[in-house]
Design a protein around this ligand. Structure first.
Ligand code: SME
Length: 146
């Protein structure tokens, strides 16, 4: 599934430099390819992660550095997998239906410029296969929009 999705992402972003459009189409592609509950982007602006394009239920607008799973991935500048959100101190519950989560940073050069955040309704939904594929997706996106 991810091999097909990454090929589709490559062709989807080719020749397009409109960041909002690229991220919106990426969220739609990942959401419909994976079937996960929430798929979207938070982008760094004015020292905060600010809600970007997404698919799924409405979500919070701002996340601070080191806050929640997203802010933790930003602080660590690396992917974070949370198998059970109820066991992650500081998890920000945008929806009570979310049970596990993966967050992968988007880099602009050496700097974290945003994150890809994916939530599942199932505990333990994410593993290294998800992380590796989503990191590749973020590399494709970074090359397109930065
Ligand atoms: N749960 C995230 C917040 C964003 S929502 O999942 C869409 C977090 O703890 O950072």
């Amino acid at each position: 599934m991810y091999a097909v999705m990454l090929r589709e992402l490559e062709s989807l972003v080719a020749g397009e430099d409109n960041a909002v459009g690229v991220l919106a189409n990426a969220a739609a592609l990942i959401y419909h390819s994976t079937g996960y509950f929430w798929v979207g982007f938070y982008m760094v602006r004015d020292g905060m992660l600010r809600l970007g394009p997404f698919q799924g239920p409405v979500a919070c607008y701002r996340i601070g550095f080191g806050k929640g799973v997203c802010g933790t991935a930003w602080e660590r500048a690396s992917a974070v997998i949370v198998p059970d959100v109820e066991k992650f101190p500081g998890h920000i519950a945008c929806s009570s239906l979310s049970r596990s989560e993966i967050v992968v940073p988007l880099f602009n050069g050496p700097e974290v410029a945003g994150v890809l955040d994916i939530d599942s309704k199932d505990v333990g939904a994410f593993d290294e296969t998800d992380r590796d594929a989503l990191q590749k997706a973020c590399t494709i996106l970074s090359a397109a929009i930065f």
